[in-house]
Structure formats: C-alpha cells, structure tokens
Design a protein around this ligand. Structure first.
Ligand code: HEM
Ligand SMILES: *[C@@H]1O[C@H](CO)[C@@H](O)[C@H](O)[C@H]1NC(C)=O
Ligand SMILES: *[C@@H]1O[C@H](CO)[C@@H](O)[C@H](O)[C@H]1NC(C)=O
Length: 321
C-alpha cells in the first residue's frame, strides 16, 4: 500500500514535472516551435521582408517596432491595431497616439500575403507583428531575442483603450512609470523599453512644447530643432529621436545626459529623478542595455495573447474573417 502510494505520487510528480517542462518553456499556450510543421518558412519569409523594407528605408524598422508596442499595450498583442475602420466599426488607427503617426501597415500586409500563399490561414497577424519588431531591431544593429508564437488575432479593437493606455510625450516620470506599471512592467523595464527611441523619428507636434517650455533642454539642440519646428506650422516636420536614428544602439541614453532628449517624456528619464542612475548605466554599458531591452521585449510580446479557440487567424490583417 505504502509502496503503491509512493509510486503513484512519484508518477504523478513526474507527469506534472514533464507537463511543466513542456509548458514552462513557453508562455501559456505559446511555443517556440508553434509553426515548425504548419509554416516552416514563417521566420525566413518575415526576416527577408523586414530586411528588404529596412534596406529601402531604415526608418521602417523603427515604425515596425512601434507598431508592435502600440498593439500590445492595448488589450494585449492581438493585432487589434491593424484593423481598419469601416462604416460600422471603429478601430484604433484614429486614436491620438496612432493617427497620422503609425507606419508599416503595408509591410505587414506584404508579409501576410506571402505567408498566406505558402500556408493559408496559419500565421496570425499578431505573431507577424512580434517577429517583425524583433527582426527590425536586428536589421538596425540591435540585439535579437527568442519569441514564442501561437498568438491569435482579435475580432475587435478599442479606440478608447488606445487613447488611454498609450503614454503621451508630455508625460511626467511618474506618469510613465504608472502607465507601464498598468501593463505589469517595472520602472527599470520602462527605461529599457524607452531605449526604442534609439531609432526613428518624431513629428514636430510631439516635441514643440518642450522647445520653449522645458528648462532641461540643451540650448544648441533647441536652437537647431526650432529651425525645423517653428511656433506655428510644420507640425509634421520630423526630427530624429536620437543622434543615430538608423542604428539601434545606446546613443539615446548618452543624449539624455546632455539634455538632448527629443520628447519631454524622454528627458524625464534623466532629470534628477529615480531613473538617472539607470540612464547612466545604459549610456556607459551597451551590453547591459541590449540584454535588458531584449528581455523586456519578450515580456511585452507576451502581454495577454489570445490562444486556443479565442480570436481567429485573420486572412487579411486589416479586417476580421
Ligand atoms: C515611454 C513612453 C513612450 C512615449 C511617451 C512614446 C512616444 C512616442 C512619440 C510621441 C513618438 C513620435 C510619434 C510621431 O511623431 O508620430 C514615438 C516614436 C517612436 N516610438 Fe515611442 N514612446 C514611448 C515608448 C516606446 C516604446 C516602449 C517603444 C517600443 C517598444 C517605442 C517605439 C518608438 C519608435 C521606434 C518610434 C519611432 C517610430 C518611427 O520613426 O516611425 N516607444 N514615441
Ligand atoms: C457591418 O458591416 C459589414 C461589412 O462591412 C456588413 O456585412 C454588416 O451587415 C454590417 N452590420 C450592420 C449592423 O450594419
Ligand atoms: C549640450 O550639448 C553639448 C554637445 O553635445 C554638450 O557638450 C553640453 O554639455 C550640453 N549641455 C548640457 C547642459 O548638457
């Protein structure tokens, strides 16, 4: 009796352990080899398309990274950001942080079309977004990370959640910390993820206030920005988010230390507050930044995925099936 109880417990334990090993390496029902049999070329197709888009226009890498962020912070990584408005459906594209700002939809469409040709109805738009963000960072010289797949696509979207969940460039440090904390991120992870502003551009309208109202802006930097961002007009004129906007590096963190953060929210990370030390660390140690960034990106990519029979795999990323 005692023996068989022990043996039962042992078997039960081994079973639980192997189940844990099976699932433990993934997030929920997501797994690294999700498309290994159903769409083995998923990775190569995505990487090739991202590399080609980034080589025609480096900024596209930044735009694709941001698209993934704006997807995941609004009710999870479910490709809700990609849904077009229709006569009786309002998506997220007209939200304040997205409107006239998000880019890269055509690149996602191109990847989706190629994947549909090889493995129809298999790869979700949400998984494409996560892989394209990773490949974009790699294409611009940044770190890579290991993703798990199997996210499914939403059948709905939320304009109001897009307006409330995505942080404003006017945010204070406390507002940034709380916006990321609402999604389960620490202040340290928020600073690491902000290093995304190592690449890409911002429109004048997102930083004009800082030019005349902030006292923690480098004066020669402000002067050169004012030329392209006058008090009125030029709302869509662009400025680079750091001094090397086509390479994913730690330059952003050194720019913050010379008061050259472009957005008010950027400079808040180095303004005499609790995150200054981390900005200094990342500025002097690019490997530490790369490592922390990669692990925070894995965490972001796993925010509230739809799995199993929830959601659907859209055949066109812009509309539900
Ligand atoms: C910390 C809070 C953040 C704020 C307040 C913020 C705000 C902004 C704003 C206002 C722009 C310029 C948009 C425009 O002018 O159209 C921008 C660009 C960008 N953001 Fe953020 N962002 C934040 C965090 C992030 C995160 C976490 C990521 C990615 C993981 C990210 C990736 C990017 C990229 C790559 C660009 C350049 C896009 C391009 O050139 O097309 N940002 N951000
Ligand atoms: C909403 O639009 C779809 C197509 O865009 C249409 O099939 C459907 O009937 C519409 N529903 C209503 C309630 O108008
Ligand atoms: C302004 O930028 C210049 C050049 O990067 C730098 O030498 C200077 O220290 C900066 N000023 C401040 C106050 O950080």
């Amino acid at each position: 009796m005692a023996i068989s109880t022990t043996s039962f417990l042992f078997k039960f334990f081994t079973f639980t352990l192997s189940l844990w090993v099976l699932l433990g390496s993934s997030s929920g029902q997501l797994s690294a080899n999700f498309y290994a049999r159903t769409c083995p070329n998923f990775r190569s197709i995505t990487t090739r398309a991202v590399n080609s888009a980034v080589s025609s226009e480096a900024r596209m890498g930044a735009s694709l990274l941001r698209l993934h962020f704006h997807d995941c912070f609004v009710n999870g990584c479910d490709a809700s950001v990609l849904l077009d408005d229709t006569a009786n459906f309002t998506g997220e594209k007209t939200a304040g942080p997205n409107s006239n700002s998000l880019r890269g939809f055509n690149v996602i469409d191109t990847i989706k079309t190629q994947l549909e040709r090889q493995c129809a109805g298999v790869v979700s738009c949400a998984d494409i977004l996560s892989a394209a963000a990773r490949d974009s960072v790699v294409a611009l010289g940044g770190p890579s990370w290991n993703l798990v797949f199997g996210r499914r696509d939403s059948t709905t979207a939320s304009l109001s959640a897009a307006n409330s969940n995505l942080p404003s460039p006017a945010s204070s440090l406390n507002a940034l910390i709380s916006s990321f904390s609402n999604q389960g991120f620490t202040a340290n992870e928020m600073v690491a993820l902000s290093g995304s502003h190592s690449i890409g551009q911002a429109r004048c309208t997102t930083f004009r206030n800082r030019l005349n109202n902030d006292n923690n802006i480098n004066s020669s930097f402000a002067t050169s920005l004012r030329a392209n961002c006058p008090t009125s007009g030029g709302d869509n004129n662009l400025a680079p988010l750091d001094a090397s906007p086509a390479s994913f590096d730690n330059r952003y963190f050194n720019d913050l230390q010379t008061q050259r953060g472009l957005l008010h929210s950027d400079q808040e990370l180095f303004n005499g507050g609790t995150t200054d030390a981390q900005v200094r660390t990342y500025g002097s140690n690019s490997a530490t930044f790369a490592r922390d960034f990669a692990s925070a990106m894995v965490k972001m990519a796993n925010l509230s995925p739809l799995t199993g029979s929830n959601g659907q795999v859209r055949t066109n990323c812009r509309r539900t099936n």
